[in-house]
Design a protein around this ligand. Structure first.
Ligand code: AHR
Length: 635
């Protein structure tokens, strides 16, 4: 018999308890959430024509061919220096083709918004013909632009697709002979999240929204740090006009990537303004993380000398002003000009991602002093290094405790067994110590980023077992998030990932449904649930936590059975009075290796049924390998 003490609140559960960690890894932003379909739209990749193909051109014999595109650089333009100069010798065969992000996902009858900048040198180019083509080169959507001006001008057009195609391309041809310059060639579906022009992919945001996340941490991850300091994420370069956001190589443009991604760059079309807006849209508290003057310690580990930290600190202060400042302030004005006069109500800021050692502590202290001096109410998140066990971690925890740090970000990428065995991780944690942000975690079916490291059911229910431990310790654990969040099936660098997508579809993994179950049933008050006066941390392969929700007047019990056989349990809800009809939600699958796929996206997903309660003792049959949520309405 498990006992729940319904009458006594152990502690309040923070609204931020279960949130999201977003990083532009695995094509999560460019090629994913950010719905731009053109890769390298402004010719700013390291190789300016990457992503663009010109099948009928041999550069060595330009005059023999129908046309050619050449990148041109304008040095004075620091943020968007390159454009593409196209010379058309005849108007018969030349085409410039963009391959998209592993193709473009196009839907029959959906509308698409095209825009481009052009300067038509001597007016000789009469028409620009823009077509979507399918994998057999058949035209499945078309529009025409008349480039009327010799000077740079932005043109736009809207057209419909006639066919659904996962790997479409954009083909541009020309009528007339002569020279035309092109830049910012962009294509978005009209149907975006909240119908925002040039906005975010609707299906992906919907998956996030459905989780009712408590917070959104952005923009990473290692991407915050950069391999070198000069390519760290600098939020100021990600705001303002998209055209002026300087493209740079993504830190996850990595050689070890299973799916090679030499074409992984950041356009910053999804920048800090959009992250704040997304947080607001999905009801999540924004949690930006900034560079602390340390480049990724897995790469160069480059350090900003202490006497050169000022710009990094200024970035943090200015970001708070950008989010919360009035329209009288420099950065508040920019936010307002971008479309959000009201503050974003920023409450948290992270200093450094996954940094460790004395260098980190030294820098953290300086940031903390400066931020608190100007913004005493902003809560600062500090890091503790990569692994939850080991020297780095112990050092960081001890030092941060001395500093009375507010929230410490811990990361654990471990085996499913580790997760099951660590459900009691915070049971003896100092109640007066810094609060915990379990900022990145995921059970790894095998170690390393590779196709065998799966989002399988064993990983997911082991995380659920661990999460009962996070929830039971809500007094000290204030924020938690699975990582990474998203991955493109054809362009990933890390496995496993919570949400998988291709250019047309997306689905939540079993891990997604575990996260969603906890997040949408987090309650407001923690209750004690025990067996023989002890918390359930794996005895008989059982794990449990319980909460009540003062708003919905519900008691919610979460039970995880990690055994290969079903188990009968009785939950004694002491001190409660309940309606006889409750709700039972079960997430289970018979095999450890089961997983959701594009073919079977909801194979492992919650099944809801009604539950008839007799008295105050709930008898439950917990299926093998299952996560069960029992919800009872108080009378
Ligand atoms: O989530 C993937 C990476 O794991 C993050 O970028 C980093 O913080 C951690 O090492």
């Amino acid at each position: 018999i498990l006992e729940v003490d319904v009458a006594k609140t152990v502690t309040k559960i923070q609204p931020t308890m279960f949130g999201l960690f977003f990083e532009d890894i695995n094509f999560a932003a460019d090629g994913g959430l950010y719905a731009e379909m053109i890769k390298n739209r402004s010719f700013e990749f390291e190789k300016p024509l990457m992503g663009w193909d010109q099948p009928n051109t041999k550069r060595s014999s330009l005059n023999m061919n129908s046309g050619a595109a050449t990148p041109v650089k304008v040095v004075e333009n620091e943020t968007n220096p390159n454009f593409c100069r196209v010379l058309i010798n005849d108007d018969k065969g030349y085409a410039l083709i963009n391959e998209g992000f592993r193709g473009m996902g196009v839907k029959k009858d959906a509308k698409y918004n095209l825009s481009l900048k052009a300067a038509n040198h001597n007016g000789a180019i009469k028409k620009i013909i823009v077509q979507l083509i399918d994998k057999d080169k058949k035209v499945i959507g078309e529009t025409t632009i008349i480039p009327t001006s010799k000077e740079w001008e932005t043109y736009s057009a809207e057209f419909k697709a006639t066919q659904t195609e996962a790997k479409a391309k954009l083909k541009i041809t020309f009528e007339g002979t002569g020279t035309i310059d092109l830049d910012m060639i962009s294509l978005f579906p009209e149907d975006t999240w909240k119908n925002r022009k040039n906005g975010l992919r609707k299906d992906l945001v919907q998956l996030l929204y459905d989780m009712k996340p408590g917070f959104l941490r952005f923009p990473g991850g290692c991407i915050v740090e950069g391999r070198t300091l000069s390519d760290r994420y600098q939020w100021k370069k990600s705001v303002g006009d998209v055209e002026d956001r300087k493209t740079m190589m993504n830190r996850w443009n990595v050689e070890f990537s299973h799916k090679q991604t030499p074409d992984y760059f950041q356009s910053f079309g999804l920048g800090f303004y959009e992250y704040f807006q997304l947080s607001e849209d999905i009801g999540a508290t924004p949690l930006p993380i900034l560079s602390c003057g340390m480049a990724c310690q897995y790469n160069t580990g480059e350090l900003a000398p202490i006497e050169e930290l000022d710009p990094y600190i200024q970035d943090a202060l200015d970001l708070i002003e950008f989010a919360n400042g009035s329209e009288e302030t420099r950065w508040g004005i920019l936010r307002s000009d971008m479309g959000h006069p009201k503050p974003f109500n920023l409450k948290y800021i992270g200093v450094g991602n996954e940094q460790w050692g004395p260098d980190y502590i030294e820098r953290f202290k300086i940031f903390e002093k400066a931020i608190k001096a100007k913004y005493p109410d902003i809560i600062i998140v500090s890091g503790s290094g990569p692994s939850p066990d080991g020297e780095h971690f112990d050092f960081a925890m001890a030092e941060l405790k001395k500093l009375n740090a507010e929230l410490i970000d811990e990361h654990y990428y471990q085996s499913p067994k580790w997760f099951r065995e660590n459900a009691s991780r915070y049971d003896n944690y100092d109640r007066k110590g810094p609060k915990i942000f379990a900022g990145e975690y995921a059970a790894q079916s095998v170690s390393g980023a590779n196709p065998n490291n799966r989002n399988n059911w064993e990983c997911a229910f082991s995380e659920a077992a661990f999460m009962t431990g996070l929830e039971r310790n809500a007094e000290v654990v204030n924020m938690t998030s699975y990582a990474p969040l998203m991955a493109h099936e054809d362009a990933w660098q890390w496995t496993p990932d919570m949400i998988w997508f291709n250019n047309l579809e997306s689905y939540g993994s079993a891990n997604y449904y575990v996260q969603k179950l906890f997040s949408t049933n987090k309650g407001t008050d923690l209750l004690n649930i025990t067996k023989d006066a002890k918390p359930l941390t794996g005895q008989n392969d059982l794990y449990a936590s319980a909460v009540k929700d003062v708003n919905t007047k519900e008691v919610i019990v979460k039970l995880v059975n990690t055994a290969a056989a079903s188990q009968e349990v009785t939950v004694d809800l002491k001190g409660g009075k309940f309606a006889t009809k409750g709700t039972l939600i079960t997430l289970s699958s018979p095999k450890l290796e089961d997983e959701n796929t594009f073919g079977e996206p909801k194979k492992i997903s919650p099944k809801e049924s009604s539950y008839n309660l007799k008295g105050v003792k709930a008898s439950l049959n917990l299926p093998a390998y299952s996560v069960t949520v029992l919800k009872l309405k108080s009378k």
